[in-house]
Design a protein around this ligand. Structure first.
Ligand SMILES: Nc1ncnc2c1ncn2[C@@H]1O[C@H](COP(=O)(O)OP(=O)(O)OP(=O)(O)O)[C@@H](O)[C@H]1O
Ligand SMILES: [Mg+2]
Length: 353
């Protein structure tokens, strides 16, 4: 009976997966794939409280808006910093995703949340999504979704290790039989590397640079181990002494030094998780390797550096920025088969051990 009812609902509603990231938000619609992949920036009209734009469009409005429109990032460190804005954003995402194909019933939605999120935060995500018009809300931990997205055998009695280095948080998780066996959530990821670079340039060169500049040099010449050819970049900032614009040339060695402490902390966190992983599972991980996802996984040399420390093969997954969203899509295909990996009750968070 329940199956028939589900089929009936399926005809008249959409299935949608959301990866609410600190840096990027992705929306997956069953049957269509990833339909939205944009920076997590929201422009809000303060007079009406409504979202005017999200993503690239909102980012472009930064600094160019009339007084009553503000552009904000609703998620900080991977968690909701502003409930109302998040709800507005989810409403906007659901509407945009269903724009050309609105169905009679509200959608079933799978939302990825960082591991280590509190029950209060999970409830906030669930409520925001429900209020945004979802008929059903299923919550999944991002590393689990990412592991499913990159086709690791998460439901099997085999240990898999995944590390998601995002913008706000790094999630390190060991998964077996549909559950998180060990995990750690560190609030050091891509954004922290940007602020590390800003601080370093300020203290070494006495120049103030913006976050966008820091991020572009990180992506252009950032690496955690020296390459065969040194790399350089010219950056522009404000001279802290004269207050005027000034240019300096920085090298990959500068960036390495700037981010070294954060990188060390990440490596230590991975070691800690491995140290407490039960031996059978550890042996699976040693044999199968560790998988990196998230944009931060693209920093040059990180897989090699991590491998040097943990002596386990490290692989960067294909298309690492979309892994979580692809995972929500796979879960939507068969919610029943993945029931075990979903957080049903906020008070029963699998990884909150
Ligand atoms: N080629 C690259 N090299 C280094 N860092 C990169 C590269 N490409 C993207 N990044 C970084 O990846 C981060 C964004 O990754 P991602 O989209 O996975 O984060 P998110 O899912 O939004 O964040 P979170 O999961 O923490 O909520 C940004 O900090 C960005 O600077
Ligand atoms: Mg993410």
């Amino acid at each position: 009976m329940k199956k028939h009812l589900e089929k009936f609902y399926a005809l008249f509603s959409n299935d949608i997966g959301i990866d609410l990231g600190t840096a990027n938000t992705l929306v997956y619609v069953k049957g269509r794939g990833i339909v939205l992949n944009e920076p997590s920036v929201v422009a809000i009209n303060q007079k009406t409280g409504r979202v005017v734009a999200i993503g690239n469009q909102a980012k472009q409005m930064l600094g160019r808006t009339p007084g009553h429109i503000v552009a904000v990032r609703p998620l900080v460190d991977g968690v909701i910093s502003d409930f109302e804005v998040t709800e507005e954003m989810v409403t906007y995402l659901l509407n945009t995703a269903q724009k050309d194909n609105k169905k009679f019933f509200g959608p079933r939605v799978v939302v990825g949340v960082p591991s280590g999120i509190t029950s209060v935060e999970i409830r906030a995500v669930r409520d925001a999504t429900k209020n945004a018009g979802a008929r059903e809300v299923h919550i999944i931990e991002e590393p689990v979704s990412a592991a499913i997205g990159i086709k690791l055998p998460v439901m099997d009695p085999v240990g898999s290790m995944i590390i998601d280095i995002g913008g706000g948080t790094t999630d390190i998780a060991v998964i077996s039989l549909g559950g998180v066996v060990r995990s750690k959530n560190v609030r050091i990821a891509g954004d922290k590397l940007n602020t590390d670079i800003i601080s370093y340039i300020r203290s070494e060169f006495k120049i103030l640079i913006g976050e966008k500049t820091a991020e572009s040099v990180k992506i252009a010449i950032g690496s955690v181990i020296p390459g065969s050819v040194p790399m350089e970049a010219v950056i522009k900032g404000r001279d802290l002494v004269t207050g005027l614009p000034r240019e300096v040339v920085i090298t990959d060695a500068d960036i390495r030094e700037a981010i070294s402490q954060s990188v060390d902390t990440l490596v230590e966190a991975v070691k800690e998780v491995l140290e407490t992983t039960p031996p059978e599972i550890l042996s699976d991980v040693m044999h199968r390797g560790v998988y990196l996802v998230g944009g931060g996984a693209l920093i040059k040399g990180f897989p090699e550096l991590l491998n040097e420390y943990i002596k386990i093969p490290v692989y960067v997954a294909e298309d690492p920025l979309t892994a979580v969203a692809r995972g929500t899509g796979i879960v939507l295909e068969d919610l029943q088969a993945f029931a075990e990996v979903l957080i049903v009750n906020e008070d029963d968070i699998p990884s909150a051990k």
